[in-house]
Design a protein around this ligand. Structure first.
Ligand code: SF4
Length: 465
């Protein structure tokens, strides 16, 4: 499934001596490229009050070549960011990290998530005389922290976090410190790793692996971890912590080789495939997964049912995300560029096709037609998650109920649109069981948002559960 344009990925590194950190952040961001393909940026602190940064529109590889990376000074702290815009328009002013002059000289912030009360905080600050350069909530976070830091950086962050509602994982570089923050619900993932005497924070463990760093632990919901100039690590917690990590990270957003909050994304996807096999027995010749995120569930389905696993679709890895194009018609044209069918594997076969989710339905419809055009006799679609019925206000690009194919439709009605021979979804209780517990936000499936979204006027819609 590739209908979601992802969200953002962040990396932060602090080390005891100065070194060429830009390369390390680059490799970390490269591992997180799946989380955002619109812009990339790196900021390196090379002096207590000085930061050098570079950010641009494009993939990590396009933004940073050797010349650009070699221009970075050696430093002892650095942060990086890959972005897909869920707030703010898609231009370089909104790229991150946000770097600005504040109470501690130059400061830098990289943010993953979406602040749902950002507009009211921003207008309050503007009334007080603050001005903003960009339309991203990350700049509001940065300014708020600076405003509140009269008694020091940590108290400024803590004070700001009690005002911010919604999802945020942050890495902040200021005052010769690296600070990592996860919102009180832990909506967005954030992990801590160690490589020798260096401390690394990243959105996913796959970035730690790419840097050959050891995983230390997840940053906990509501936790503020500070690494100071002497590499001392300390933690502070926000009030009112209630864990509701985003379940969609496991379904689609994260890489299969990552671990989030102690759970392997691969194992969870495998479990979902097993449950699909137990629930839906289909008379078929072959099973296939939509690359990349549904391959694991398809393998589990095949191993549980004994139906052979085939590669039905080949993905062109050199095309940007299908939905990078803004309009629906361009999106529709984009699918064929990105995915092609492997005809010999599907010709004359009754196929079970597994995908991780269906959001708008455009991709599924195209894929089913493609498989039929290339000779598949039947295409039975199984989805390794429930119907996406509600928008996400926390930084994942599912904007309004009427744009979701499942917003107002049941399985049968959705199937009429996508044109499969049959369509079944994994019920929510099985998804939660696969994830090992209840401490999740699953609001895009069940409408139970961890924050009062109506109070903050999110999407201005009435909940219909
Ligand atoms: S609404 Fe869905 S996508 Fe958004 S945070 Fe909750 S589970 Fe994740």
């Amino acid at each position: 499934m590739s209908e979601i344009k992802e969200e953002c990925g962040i990396v932060g590194i602090k080390c005891p001596q100065k070194k060429s950190l830009a390369y390390d952040v680059y490799f970390g961001l490269f591992a997180l490229q799946h989380r955002g393909q619109e812009s990339a940026g790196i900021a390196v602190s090379y002096d207590k009050r000085k930061i050098y940064y570079y950010k641009k529109m494009g993939l990590v590889n396009d933004v940073f070549d050797e010349d650009v990376l070699n221009d970075f000074p050696v430093g002892d702290c650095a942060i990086g960011h890959v972005r897909y815009s869920t707030t703010g328009s898609s231009n370089v002013v909104n790229a991150q990290p946000v770097v600005f002059y504040g109470r501690f000289g130059r400061m830098a912030v990289a943010h993953n998530g979406n602040i749902i009360n950002c507009d009211s905080i921003k207008s309050e600050m503007m009334k007080q005389g603050h001005s903003f350069l960009s339309s991203v909530d990350s700049e509001v976070i940065a300014s708020l922290i600076n405003l509140n830091s009269e008694e020091g950086l940590l108290s400024g962050i803590l004070k700001s976090c009690t005002k911010l509602q919604g999802a945020y994982s942050l890495v902040i570089m200021a005052d010769d410190k690296l600070v990592a923050v996860r919102d009180r619900h832990g909506l967005k993932p954030l992990v801590m790793g160690k490589r020798g005497d260096e401390i690394i924070f990243a959105s996913e463990t796959c970035a730690l692996d790419s840097l050959n760093a050891d995983f230390v632990r997840d940053v906990q919901p509501g936790e503020i971890v500070t690494v100071d100039e002497n590499m001392n690590i300390s933690s502070t917690f926000m009030p009112d912590i209630e864990r509701h990590s985003c379940i969609f990270e496991y379904v689609y957003l994260a890489r299969s080789d990552s671990y989030i909050d102690g759970r392997s994304v691969y194992d969870m996807r495998y479990e979902c495939g097993k449950y699909l096999a137990e629930l839906y027995k289909i008379d078929a010749d072959a099973v296939a997964g939509v690359p990349d995120s549904a391959i694991v569930a398809a393998r589990a389905y095949s191993e549980t049912t004994g139906i052979p696993l085939v590669d039905a679709l080949s993905k062109n890895r050199y095309v940007g995300r299908t939905f990078i194009q803004p309009s629906q018609s361009l999106r529709e044209n984009g699918v064929r560029v990105k995915l092609n069918a492997i005809k010999n594997n599907i010709k004359g076969k009754r196929l079970v096709l597994i995908d991780d989710s269906i959001v708008r339905g455009t991709t599924s419809k195209k894929i089913i037609k493609l498989l039929r055009d290339c000779g598949a006799k039947e295409v039975h679609m199984l989805i390794a998650s429930p119907i996406v019925k509600f928008p996400c206000f926390f930084g994942v690009d599912m904007d309004s109920k009427d744009k979701l194919i499942g917003g107002y439709r049941n399985e049968e009605q959705i199937n009429e649109i996508i044109g499969a021979d049959s369509l079944h979804y994994l019920p929510i209780e099985y998804l939660i069981k696969a994830c090992g517990g209840n401490e999740y936000c699953a609001a895009c499936f069940d409408g139970k948002y961890p924050v009062d979204v109506e109070k903050y006027n999110c999407g201005k819609f009435v909940l219909e559960i």
